[in-house]
Design a protein. Structure first.
Length: 408
């Protein structure tokens, strides 16, 4: 038995054989096809030392130059690109049915935002290190206020929307006005510093649609990743796009922890490196000889790295090696721990901040691979940076108790 479609025959498998090819190549999604139609190259890897190093290509529709970024593990989850606003010029106005945030990598300028039918434009200024959000389907224009280049990094939910609708016109030519996302209030883009607990995990959250300087803004103490670790979650324009800003003290590094793909780390200040490896290789891959899938990236300001490049749960660990604190922003798109599988109201835990021996995925220092400490201390020595890791953190709690009992 066989059917014909466009001259291609399909045959039922004979006997107990299985249908299909067995092995096949992944097909481009509607978002992949759209990126190709835009005429820009797509950077695909675990990361890059600085997004400013990406070669820029003419982006005719936008009126500037750019480069798409799709780090491993983020495919279909969220989109990213860099775009240059021409010196002393502006990009073409546009609007779209997906969420978008911008981080200014270089330069200074202004953003104009308005709703179709409005006579008033909201205008605010930005500089290197500023971050802001574009309300869904509001029309906007980016303007370069200097004679030099202005480079911005975008994070957006375009893949989710384009892959669902599979219609470019529905995304860019939709007339619906989201008044709940952009009220038009005069203070809509006024920076706000108030801190409140986020409704999911009770972590520090800041409701603001604009941050003038994410590189140097105040961050509340968090302590979940390393001692002295600071962190805040900005909540912008009622977005589902999730991200946070955090900082490790110099001379220290985070505990490795595991979760699924989506997160991309962006360095804002200092420099460091990130290791990633599949969770199935366990907490001591060097010791156990499981280094074939280990990935490492060294990066500084505006370098980016994917936290879990393989789709399933990966460990990732971040090391601060400069005299400045290591400040990072993590972008997840519409994915975060509060949206893990499960029925609404089901009990969940902050498992990436809970140690392995207590049921989480964070590897306490005393359980980690000894190679990591040795390499970190040597790297600090080469960089003339003091190591500020307490030796007691590498001692198992039961060993500490045994020593106390012996002393008594």
């Amino acid at each position: 038995m066989h059917d014909t479609t466009d001259g291609v025959h399909w045959h039922e498998p004979a006997g107990t054989k299985k249908a299909g090819f067995g092995e096949f190549k992944k097909q481009p999604t509607p978002y992949d096809a759209w990126m190709e139609a835009e005429g820009l190259p797509v950077f695909r890897d675990i990361g890059i030392s600085s997004v400013a190093n990406l070669p820029l290509h003419n982006w005719k529709r936008r009126g500037g130059r750019g480069h798409f970024i799709q780090l491993l593990g983020t495919e279909t989850k969220w989109g990213c690109y860099v775009i240059e606003v021409p010196p002393g010029g502006a990009l073409n106005p546009e609007k779209h049915m997906y969420e978008e945030i911008f981080l200014v990598v270089e330069g200074r300028g202004t953003t104009e935002i308005w709703q179709d039918g409005d006579t008033k434009k909201h205008v605010f200024e930005w500089q290197k290190g500023s971050m802001f959000s574009i309300p869904v389907n509001a029309r906007y224009r980016l303007v370069n206020a200097s004679s030099g280049g202005a480079l911005l990094l975008s994070g957006n939910t375009a893949p989710v929307v384009l892959n669902s609708l599979n219609n470019v016109g529905a995304v860019f030519d939709n007339s619906y006005v989201f008044r709940d996302r952009f009220s038009g209030a005069d203070d809509y883009f006024k920076p706000r510093d108030d801190i409140e607990p986020d409704p999911v995990r009770g972590l520090a959250m800041r409701r603001t649609n604009f941050i003038p300087d994410v590189v140097n803004c105040d961050l509340p103490l968090d302590n979940r990743r390393s001692v002295g670790y600071r962190r805040v979650e900005p909540f912008m324009t009622n977005n589902q796009f999730y991200f946070w800003i955090a900082q490790h003290e110099n001379g220290r590094y985070s505990k490795a922890h595991a979760h699924t793909s989506a997160a991309v780390l962006i360095c804002l200040k200092g420099k460091g490196y990130t290791y990633s490896w599949p969770e199935r290789h366990g907490p001591t891959p060097w010791k156990d000889g499981n280094t074939d899938e280990l990935m490492r990236l060294d990066y500084g300001p505006f370098g980016i790295v994917t936290a879990a490049p393989g789709g399933a749960r990966w460990y990732h660990q971040h090391f601060s090696v400069s005299k400045d604190p290591f400040r990072l922003s993590a972008w997840f798109g519409p994915h975060n721990p509060g949206r893990d599988p499960g029925a609404p109201g089901a009990k969940h835990t902050d498992y990436t901040a809970i140690d392995l021996d207590k049921g989480g995925t964070a590897i306490p220092y005393w359980m980690e691979d000894p190679y990591l400490r040795k390499e970190f201390e040597e790297t600090l020595r080469v960089n003339s940076v003091e190591c500020r890791m307490d030796p007691k953190w590498y001692v198992a709690p039961n060993q500490v108790s045994e020593k106390r009992d012996t002393v008594v």
